[in-house]
Write a protein of this length. Structure first.
Length: 412
């Protein structure tokens, strides 16, 4: 533990010296302190620090040292910077609260580190290391709670969750990541305040949901969300049946793809509802397309083939729909608990005969233009689409055969 503390402090010596020379304190705080205690990997971590310096004073102190400075959080007391290989945020000691209808905190700065720690979400994050001498501050017994695997809030849970309702969703992540048991007061309060999550911005909810889905096994977190009735506030449709197979979902799908994991959680929901859900969470166009295409893929696999057996063309079209190849398609089916041995058998059989990684035209646009003496334009795209249709219907054809077919159909 001490070694980790010393390592963290060694990373910021020039910055610490700047603050000390200006007679300001500086503390490492939050997640990096927590992770140092549990001996998590300390290679180039992102750092959170807090100080009694005001935002404009922080900016003046770090600008001569920083490679870059960003000021998006300045009005909330935070100055971000990159320093050597590190990214860090330095925030003025503060307390903050949300008025009942607001999505943004009202910030009050403080000169006292204990005030700042008291406003943290959970005791396991309400610990600090004094940057200059390594003193460990733990006024709310976060280290003991971490060792005993208990989740508590520094202040009364009602005050904590009422100040920032996202903390109820964040609790699920810490419960799952560190195998913690929330105290009963947290459960009861979260149930009472679950509706208040609606004041939180969709972007913050999406970010926290993705962090939960990116854990190795978020199962305990989702079980907590279901217990406190927050799951149905985040997901505006019933996913209770999918919650029952989470162990399988998370064991099959890698944690580095939270979008794919989310897609399985919403399996069985109508495409219209899924589209509305991803739009409400302000997901990117690529994320939206991915989730919607997975929904269509799983629905089509669930419906089964048009005849008694999956045709090669049906298999190709379904793999092309997801655009991830055979392995990910199999993983999706297994994670969704679809009992589709017939599809998997047909997929395995076809993949042993031909490459299913791409169904695009065997000819490039340049080759098509040279073959027919064309300039760039919509006709070239039409030909490439036509060649792709041949690939999906018939399978692989050689480049020479593709050229012959193009000349036969398009040379006029």
């Amino acid at each position: 533990m001490i070694e980790n503390f010393d390592y963290l402090r060694s990373l910021i010596v020039p910055i610490t010296e700047k603050f000390l020379a200006a007679k300001h304190n500086l503390f490492l705080v939050g997640g990096v302190v927590r992770d140092a205690l549990v001996n998590e990997k300390m290679v180039s971590p992102d750092l959170d620090l807090t100080t009694d310096a005001t935002p404009d004073q922080i900016r003046a102190l770090v600008e001569p040292l920083a490679d870059a400075v960003w000021l998006q959080g300045e009005k909330f007391g935070t100055i971000g910077l990159s320093f050597r290989d590190l990214r860090m945020e330095i925030t003025t000691h503060r307390s903050e609260s949300y008025i009942s209808s607001s999505r943004k905190p009202s910030v009050i700065f403080s000169l006292n580190i204990e005030d700042d720690l008291s406003r943290r979400d959970f005791t396991i994050n309400a610990m600090a290391i004094e940057a200059d001498n390594g003193n460990f501050l733990d006024p709310f017994n976060g280290k003991s709670d971490l060792e005993n695997r208990v989740l508590k809030t520094p202040l009364d849970p009602y005050e904590s969750f009422n100040d920032d309702p996202l903390r109820m969703l964040r609790a699920a992540r810490f419960i799952a990541r560190y195998d913690l048991a929330p105290v009963q007061e947290i459960i009861d309060t979260a149930k009472e305040l679950a509706e208040r999550i609606l004041i939180v911005s969709p972007e913050r909810i999406r970010e926290e949901l993705f962090k939960l889905l990116s854990l190795h096994n978020p199962q305990k977190g989702f079980e907590f969300l279901e217990e406190i009735d927050l799951l149905k506030k985040v997901f505006p449709f019933d996913i209770s049946s999918n919650i029952k197979i989470l162990d399988k979902t998370f064991s099959v799908l890698k944690p580095n793809d939270p979008v794919m994991r989310l897609s399985v959680l919403v399996n069985g929901v109508s495409r219209k509802e899924i589209s509305k859900f991803v739009k409400n969470l302000r997901m990117s166009k690529d994320e939206m397309r991915k989730i919607e295409s997975i929904a269509v893929f799983l629905n089509k696999v669930s419906e089964g083939p048009k005849s008694k057996k999956w045709s090669d063309e049906e298999i190709r079209r379904l793999i092309d729909l997801t655009n991830w190849g055979v392995h990910d398609s199999i993983s999706l089916i297994e994670a969704s608990d679809l009992n589709k041995a017939d599809f998997l058998y047909s997929l395995d059989e076809l993949s042993s005969l031909e490459d299913l990684t791409s169904f695009e035209s065997v000819l490039t646009s340049q080759e098509v233009m040279e073959l027919l003496d064309l300039n760039p334009g919509p006709v070239v795209g039409e030909i490439l689409t036509w060649l792709k249709e041949i690939r999906l219907k018939e399978g692989l054809i050689t480049s020479d055969e593709a050229k012959t077919r193009v000349l036969n159909k398009w040379s006029e």
